[in-house]
Design a protein around this ligand. Structure first.
Ligand code: SF4
Length: 292
């Protein structure tokens, strides 16, 4: 039997950076450090951070006189203003790639263009982008919503940094037929693109695939949807102890992929759990590899 780990599984650059900044800030401060909302979408990591004195909040009164860290998803200009007025210090851990998407959105809004953003309206990155557009952007989550948009002379379309590439392409195809002039900015980040591509390649090679990550993580949910389209035996789990023997039954090649907020430890624990299962069932041959 074989366990194959997808390329780019686990923490992305923006998440690693946000975690490093939050921890460095906590070391420098003598008291609790707050993050504006959960720093990343992973309950185990949030619990670890809380033990270290890094606490998520969205109560503005709680940060009075304290240091607050903005998570990798960023915040709207209004929230940034209110944090700067209230907190003693604001550390901006917005991913630089997300920051660039915010700057692009602000520029397009100043040009008074119709802006379509393909993303989840409840996700913090999209809430922040909507705010950056001054409330001008139209958020489209599904192709059906794009179909209901009226024809337009000029419009632009961009995506949440962790958007499913296929969905983005489908929405763009709909908008092409409804716009005289359509400018497309593919703002899906490189790490997301590689992660999605390697997960979909892996899904067609293995007998079962585990997607590991927080259930509220948008990019992990996307990985699950992508894999499930190809591999019916795709399982979305948060922790290794959710792996049950029937999920592995009859499978010889097992794939593992993790979202941008999935800690390496969660992936290692899943590998150990699968390994133990196969050793118990008498299969000695074991190879673990990460494809290049
Ligand atoms: S997924 Fe990409 S854009 Fe989002 S935080 Fe990670 S590196 Fe930044």
């Amino acid at each position: 039997m074989e366990i194959i780990i997808a390329r780019e599984s686990g923490f992305c650059y923006g998440v690693k950076r946000a975690l490093r900044l939050a921890r460095e800030t906590r070391q420098q401060e003598k008291s609790t450090v707050y993050t504006w909302g959960e720093l990343i979408h992973n309950p185990a990591v949030i619990q670890e951070l809380a033990k270290e004195g890094i606490i998520p909040t969205e109560e503005i009164d709680q940060i009075k006189g304290s240091t607050v860290v903005i998570r990798s998803h960023g915040v709207s200009p209004e929230i940034l203003q209110s944090l700067s007025r209230t907190a003693r210090k604001v550390i901006d851990a917005t991913c630089p790639i997300v920051k660039k998407i915010q700057q692009l959105t602000a520029r397009l809004a100043r040009q008074k263009l119709e802006i379509i953003i393909v993303g989840n309206p409840n996700h913090p990155e999209i809430k922040a982008l909507w705010g950056t557009s001054g409330g001008r952007a139209i958020i489209v989550e599904k192709v059906d919503q794009a179909l209901t948009l009226p024809p337009a002379r000029r419009r632009v379309v961009l995506a949440q940094s962790t958007q499913d590439q296929e969905l983005f392409a489908q929405v763009v195809a709909v908008l092409v037929s409804k716009s005289q002039e359509l400018r497309v900015y593919n703002t899906i980040c490189r790490s997301t693109q590689i992660r999605q591509q390697s997960t979909s390649e892996l899904a067609s090679k293995v007998d079962a695939l585990f997607i590991i990550g927080g259930t509220s993580s948008s990019n992990t949910n996307k990985l699950y949807e992508i894999s499930k389209r190809i591999q019916p035996r795709t399982y979305f789990i948060e922790k290794a102890d959710q792996i049950r023997p029937e999920m592995l039954f009859g499978a010889e090649k097992i794939g593992i992929s993790g979202g941008a907020s999935t800690p390496p430890k969660a992936i290692q624990e899943a590998v150990i759990k699968i390994k133990v299962f196969f050793q118990k069932s008498g299969q000695e041959e074991l190879a673990i590899r990460c494809p290049r």
